[in-house]
Ligand binder design. Structure first.
Ligand code: PLP
Length: 410
């Protein structure tokens, strides 16, 4: 059987004494620091470099928000607080997390369908902007605000008539549970403004995990046009426009990194020619995986090495309960290998085809299928890259009772 390719290892990772280094420390030292395997290791330096690279590519006027759902580890949120302008949360649980990190709720917006009354109340009390997903939700928010004697900060999430082409997850275009259909937005906006809400403008999120700069440029143009049109129909300026995000990262063989300089250049030109309705508007994008995904590595130890009908299995103490996405069970149709390496033999020549699996008793628990790797032994560490986003936070840690992985920020 031909080996299956693994995804590209993100740039910036090198070896110390033959081991993968993260933040200048070797993998086995990091495991000692974390206290156990499996563990997620996130790098401050990587986060810093990523945000500064993004800022230098984007127009100065563009605010950058962090979507907490990508990685809500407390130390990551705290670190991001010093790097980004705003935070997008998806639940009252995430609200507690940003509050615990000392983040001013005025920098926070809350998007997500099905916000419960308690969540609306906590957000209104704190002064968080609600990106309302329906007429019903906006009206509930206004009623709660009236009861509390506090005007809710309301933006409307638009379900636009277009999508982010080529994105892994489409969040606009056609029937969607997210946002208010564009043609109904002006009436709802006028209603919330005249009811005395703090009008915060619009949120237009069109998709996520796009690797085509052209598709993102096109979607951003459509977002600005849509916001301009809606603002005219509303008859009031937009204090804020959250333009969504969708910047993807390479996970699989053949994926190429996004060219952000092209996106920033095109956005700069558009910002230079904004219509009057948007000239005073606070403009931002919201990104999750692009900011944190490549800054994280999942380290898991090989517990057993065995052969079955000609296949070598490296059986680890980790698995899909921490790495659902890498196992191919989170939003992918065809399973492909994430970037993986033998962390304790980093840079060694590949010698054999092996399948890396987790410790769960299900055939779904695969970290790398038939990959071409250096010969690894029991005790070696396996690294799964692109683990900084939707790893710990988007995997069923309680499945089979193994519990969560350790997490450290170095
Ligand atoms: C409203 C919203 N904001 C932000 C994100 C983060 O997306 P990503 O991590 O791909 O940047 C998502 C992802 O689904 C989302 O739905």
């Amino acid at each position: 059987m031909k080996p299956k390719p693994t995804g590209p290892i993100p740039s910036g990772y090198s070896a110390i004494d033959g081991e993968l280094a993260i933040g200048g420390r070797a993998a086995s030292e990091l495991v000692d620091l974390a206290g156990r395997t499996p563990c997620f290791v996130y790098s401050r330096e990587y986060l810093d470099q990523r945000v500064s690279m993004l800022r230098s590519a984007m127009p100065e006027r563009l605010g950058i928000n962090y979507a907490v759902k990508a990685n809500p580890f407390a130390l990551v949120i705290e670190h991001m607080a010093g790097l980004v302008d705003g935070f997008d949360i998806a639940s009252a649980g995430e609200l507690e997390m940003v509050k615990a990190a000392g983040i001013d709720p005025a920098r926070v917006s809350f998007a997500g369908p099905g916000k419960r009354d308690e969540e609306l109340e906590a957000s209104i009390s704190a002064g968080v902007t609600l990106n309302c997903e329906s007429e019903g939700e906006a009206r509930r928010a206004m009623a709660i605000g009236e009861r509390l004697g506090k005007a809710p900060c309301i933006a409307i999430r638009v379900n636009p008539d277009f999508e982010l082409k080529g994105s892994g997850m489409k969040m606009g275009g056609g029937a969607k549970p997210f946002g208010v259909d564009a043609e109904r937005v002006p009436a709802l906006a006028r209603e919330v403004i005249s009811a005395g809400a703090e009008w915060r403008g619009l949120h237009i999120f069109t998709g996520s995990q796009a690797l085509s700069a052209e598709a993102i440029i096109e979607a951003q143009g459509n977002v600005l046009e849509c916001a301009n049109r809606l603002s005219d129909e509303i008859g009031a300026p937009l204090p804020k426009l959250n333009m969504g995000g969708g910047f993807g990262i390479p996970y699989f063989s053949g994926d190429a990194p996004l060219d952000i300089s092209v996106i920033g250049g095109a956005l700069g030109e558009r910002f230079d020619a904004l219509p009057d309705s948007l000239s005073e508007t606070d403009l931002c994008i919201e990104l999750g995986r692009y900011l944190v995904g490549e800054a994280g590595v999942y380290l898991t130890r090989i517990i057993d090495r065995k052969g079955s009908h000609g296949v070598i299995y490296l059986i680890t103490d980790g698995g899909l309960h921490h790495q659902l996405a890498a196992s191919g069970n989170f939003g992918t149709v065809v399973r492909r290998n994430y970037p993986v390496a033998i962390a304790t033999r980093f840079g060694a020549s590949p010698e054999e085809e092996a399948s890396v699996v987790g410790c769960l008793c299900t055939p779904l628990d695969r970290l790398a299928d038939n990959a071409y790797l250096p010969r690894a032994q029991v005790g070696d560490l396996v690294a799964v890259f692109c683990a900084g986003a939707y790893g710990a936070s988007a995997s069923p840690a309680n499945f089979l009772g193994h519990g969560p992985a350790a997490e450290i920020l170095v």
